[in-house]
Design a protein around this ligand. Sequence first.
Ligand SMILES: Nc1ncnc2c1ncn2[C@@H]1O[C@H](COP(=O)(O)OP(=O)(O)OP(=O)(O)O)[C@@H](O)[C@H]1O
Ligand SMILES: [Mg+2]
Length: 264
Amino acid sequence: MNTPKIRIAARDLRLEYRDETRGEHHLAVQNLSLDVRENEFLCVVGPSGCGKSTLISAIAGFLKPVAGELTLDGKRIEGPGADRGVVFQEYALLPWMTVLDNVALGPKLKGVPKTERHDRARHYLAMANLSDAAAKFPHELSGGMKQRTAVARTLANEPQVMLMDEPFAAIDAQTRMTLQEELLRIWSKARITVLFVTHSVEEACFLGDRVAILTPGPGRVKEIVDVPIARDRRDWATLGADIEFARIRDYVLASVRGVDGKAA
Ligand SMILES: Nc1ncnc2c1ncn2[C@@H]1O[C@H](COP(=O)(O)OP(=O)(O)OP(=O)(O)O)[C@@H](O)[C@H]1O
Ligand SMILES: [Mg+2]
């Protein structure tokens, strides 16, 4: 069997927030080790405050580790880069620009000529089922459409790694299920590596090849659970009543809640 290529490697990571003026620091992540494999969809779950967003910030290059190692393709992460795209819970679309221009913004900032960047934006809008919304402005979109625009905008930068921090948290349950299915469809076409943080164990098990469970803060990896459910069965109509899916979800839920009898 081929050993999968490792894209992101965290080794004994320690992440802190420092307040130099008050001379205080807060330990958010401790001894965290995690590998993210090329083209995998890895989900991260854990109790509120355990350091999930902090981990995303560090991988995105916004926060420097205090100790340990954090690498992308074997190179230490020193700061933000176009090789990583981030999608946050808030969509932060620019209200004065059309959907097409919002999606084309990243390529524009990189100096991609207009026709080419608009072609690229249209390509990713089509992937996100938003072709008809290209000329609209953000205030004319539903929450789910805004979130899909944000995903398309990140993909238009053609990152190798997409970091997502609870992107669907503020979206109603029906739309959220549709977005989860669409994200998987986009991911299977775009062939990128995704690290997806969520509160929802069900969402994590639906989306992920693997689910990493963090301990309560300061977080480290408690365990990693494989989700051996075929990709062509990952839709809610199939998995909603699937016994194997329910078993994995219940196992992860017990682990996150700390009621599985294992030490954290
Ligand atoms: N800017 C900051 N300054 C100081 N402490 C912070 C800052 N941001 C987060 N923290 C602290 O770091 C710890 C980890 O926070 P983080 O936001 O990473 O948690 P999380 O796992 O994403 O939680 P949630 O599930 O609620 O989003 C928490 O104890 C939090 O209070
Ligand atoms: Mg968070």
